[in-house]
Design a protein around this ligand. Structure first.
Ligand code: NDP
Length: 278
């Protein structure tokens, strides 16, 4: 049996050492009876094209790309889904039968599955605030707008980036960009933290009365302990204050489905990963 060649998948990124993706995909594979290998490989932006070319030339079937490679992956893909096209970022590359490479962005669908299915949060008619205007925000705005919220505000430290992003998505719904000081007189039902501040246990400067009664806080980041933003949500009496572990597993499940045509049971894996994180 040891001679059997496993279908090869990987995640490229930098830094990548602490990635949970190999564990998640091995759990999916075990659960669905799929034989595959999945490795985390350190790849910088400079080495990206050469590394992806080599990976597929050596029989790779699919790749995930994370920080700082999602925009490069978007450029690399021969064809893209509409979702990936709009977000200008790709986190999943798929080898097609004709040898071409298809690019998808599963971050937005991963976030929605975690919010709407796992946590029963309805977004229709809700006021949503997205903190941050980087790659993650770009990936989630389209799918969020499809849920028909009453409005989305994007607040960012560099205000011009929030304004530009809001402008790009303005045909898809009511969306505005602003800086943090513009939030003083506003309230939201759902606040999503898509800044990388949590990674250094920091918080963007948020006004005290930002969250509606029964509002929900969601940090796209996750860690062994509650992130600074999850703690902020708890301190401000959020009905739920969640981290991005569920999104991580859900976006991985969507990639797994695109590669293998089988949908794993994510709830089970979220629980297993939580135990591994604790
Ligand atoms: P980017 O580097 O593209 O963007 C970072 C954003 O954070 C920018 O808007 C930046 O503002 C802002 N920012 C950074 N530090 C601070 C700070 N101290 N105060 C206020 N704002 C700050 O990162 P990504 O968009 O790729 O990732 C953002 C987060 O989302 C990360 O924590 C990442 O781990 C998480 N993520 C989670 C996923 C999941 O599956 N759970 C999937 C994808 C991302 P400025 O423009 O002014 O520099």
């Amino acid at each position: 049996m040891s001679n059997v060649k496993l279908d090869k998948y990987a995640v490229f990124g930098s830094p990548i050492k602490h990635s949970k993706s190999p564990v998640i995909h091995q759990l999916f594979a075990g659960q669905t009876g799929q034989d595959l290998s999945y490795d985390a490989i350190e790849v910088t932006a400079e080495d990206f094209i050469k590394s992806v070319d080599t990976f597929f030339a050596e029989g790779g079937k699919g790749l995930n790309c994370t920080v700082p490679l999602k925009e490069l992956a978007w450029q690399y893909a021969d064809n893209k889904s509409q979702r990936a096209e709009i977000s200008k970022a790709v986190n999943t590359l798929i080898l097609q039968e004709d040898g071409s490479i298809f690019g998808e962005n599963t971050d937005g669908i991963g976030l929605l599955r975690d919010l709407v299915i796992n946590h029963a949060i309805n977004l229709e008619g809700k006021r949503i605030l997205v903190l941050g205007a980087g790659g993650a925000s770009r990936g989630i705005l389209g799918p969020l707008l499809e849920q028909l919220p009453s409005c989305i505000f994007i607040a960012n430290r560099t205000i011009s980036k929030a304004l530009d992003l809001a402008h790009e998505f303005s045909e898809k719904g009511a969306i505005s960009g602003c800086g943090y000081t513009d939030l003083d007189d506003k309230k939201f039902d759902l606040i999503l933290n898509a800044t990388s501040a949590s990674l250094s246990d920091q918080l963007p400067p948020l006004p005290e009365a930002l969250l509606e009664k029964n509002g929900v806080c969601y940090d796209l980041a996750y860690g062994n302990k509650p992130t600074a933003f999850v703690r902020w949500g708890l301190e401000h009496k959020a009905a739920q204050s969640l981290d991005g572990l569920g999104m991580l597993v859900e976006q991985a499940a969507e990639a797994f489905y695109l590669w293998r045509g089988v949908r794993p049971d994510t709830r089970l894996v979220i629980e297993q990963i939580k135990i591994a994180v604790d």
